[in-house]
Design a protein around this ligand. Structure first.
Ligand code: UDP
Length: 431
């Protein structure tokens, strides 16, 4: 199943780590069908850890038979795709039944390659279940990042999926039994404590962004590259098409904005994939609202934006809007801020941690299109303040949110757990 070169890469005592992300393939194209922040997080953390001397294996489910089983990102970091269920896209709420096969596939890979992971870092509740099964079979410590909490998510949606009760049970058991849970913001930690369990060990380690890639271009260069005139006012959204992202709130806010009558306004809604894919339903719904409000002439849907072009879009925008109903962290906010673009975000979750209201942008109540309209108008009508917010935003990201900093905090945590488990192995029970 796996090539010869995958064998015997790591020995037991090396700094090696398994990152497990069942549904979020770190090698996938980001921005389409359920591929978003989690994929970016795993890939960036993996690569940054490898730069810091770790051997990193990132395990994900094979969701397409044409994809290679192993993708080598550099000599210390690779994606390994495990066969578990049909080799096609399956929505995450329907993946639970394939997890036992994923566990078996992981164990088989480990046996075959001779690798012994001392720590597995799982991502999202599906992978947390995999990690808990691995702990039964192996001597391994588990670190977990939730990326999204069922207990919070289900408060914000009207139709709860069939899998909800299983997810809530798994998330609670995980918090109480994992060696360490990583909250990406103090707000996420607070949600875990108030809604999931008061037991368990939580560390706060934020998400990061590539501060060399994001922010490399001036606004004038970015606008020239995209053919946007200097007197246009550009409002940008970047992200998946998912009702939780609140794109409707942004569109309705633009419908109410003063700038609509007074300025050359352009709304860019970036992300999403092709019609017929699962996120196409939300995209069609949003396009319907755009048409109904008479905004089709000023609105563009450029589709999925590749990592190469993203800094250009962020750099060209006057303001980036993150109108999510709930956001455990929200990478887009720090990416935009790294590009010196102020962010208007919902006053929820991790966005309260990353966006400093009145300093790097504005926080407004989620789902409140009148409040979003007012915030957009405040920033667009005051270019000097807009620039000041953008500069402060860049500084804030430089100081707090770089992937190298995040990876070094995670690396310290893995080492600490490895040391603790070695000590437990050599300490006699009767001592
Ligand atoms: N993204 C992208 N292209 C797109 C849309 C999104 O590369 O067309 C990236 C975006 O830059 C960010 C990630 O997908 O890095 C989304 O992460 P976030 O935490 O904002 O949201 P999530 O998808 O995790 O809900």
């Amino acid at each position: 199943m796996f090539s010869q070169e995958s064998k015997n890469m790591f020995s037991k005592n090396q700094k090696c780590i398994a990152l497990i992300s069942v549904h979020g393939d770190p090698s996938a194209e980001i921005g389409k069908e359920e591929a978003g922040g989690q994929n970016v997080y795993v890939r960036q953390v993996g690569e940054a850890l490898s730069r810091q001397g770790w051997q990193v294996d990132m395990f994900t489910r094979q969701a397409d038979s044409n994809q290679p089983t192993i993708v080598q990102h550099n000599d210390r970091c690779r994606t390994i795709r495990i066969t578990a269920g049909p080799q096609k896209f399956i929505p995450r709420d329907e993946l639970f039944e394939y997890l036992p096969a994923f566990v078996q596939g992981f164990l088989k890979f480990q046996r075959h390659s001779g690798t012994q992971y001392r720590v597995v870092h799982t991502n999202y509740w599906l992978s947390s279940w995999v990690g808990m099964q691995l702990k039964k079979a192996l001597s391994v410590s588990q670190v977990h990042t939730y990326h999204s909490l069922g207990a919070v998510k289900y408060q914000a949606i009207s139709t709860v999926p069939m899998i909800a009760s299983t997810r809530l049970d798994v998330e609670k058991t995980l918090l109480e039994t994992a060696e360490r849970v990583v909250a990406t913001s103090p707000q996420e930690k607070e949600h875990m404590r108030s809604l999931v369990s008061t037991k368990g060990n939580i560390d706060i380690i934020p998400c990061g962004t590539d501060i060399r890639h994001f922010g490399s271009m001036s606004k004038a260069e970015a606008r020239q590259a995209l053919g946007i005139a200097s007197d246009e006012k550009v409002v940008l959204y970047v992200g998946r098409f998912d009702p939780r992202k609140g794109i409707e709130t942004l569109v309705r806010a633009i419908g109410r904005s003063q700038a609509l009558g007074n300025e050359k306004l352009r709304l860019i809604i970036g992300g999403g994939s092709r019609p017929g894919q699962s996120d196409g339903i939300e995209r069609e719904r949003i396009e319907g609202i755009v048409a109904e409000l008479g905004l089709a002439g000023i609105t563009e849907f450029p589709g999925r934006l590749s990592p190469t072009v993203l800094p250009t879009y962020f750099g060209a925008a006057d303001v980036c809007v993150v109108p999510s109903h709930y956001e455990p962290f929200g990478l887009v906010a720090i990416e935009a801020m790294a590009c010196r673009t102020p962010v208007i975000a919902s006053d929820v979750g991790g966005l309260q941690f990353t966006v400093r209201s009145e300093e790097t942008g504005l926080l407004v109540p989620a789902r409140d299109d009148a409040a979003f309209a007012e915030a957009i108008d405040r920033i667009l009508s005051n270019p000097a303040w807009q620039q000041q917010l953008g500069l402060a935003a860049r500084k804030h990201v430089e100081e707090k949110f770089s992937w190298d900093g995040v990876a070094s905090q995670l690396g310290q945590l893995y080492l600490q757990l490895m040391q603790e488990s070695s000590q437990a192995e050599i300490t006699p029970v009767s001592a």
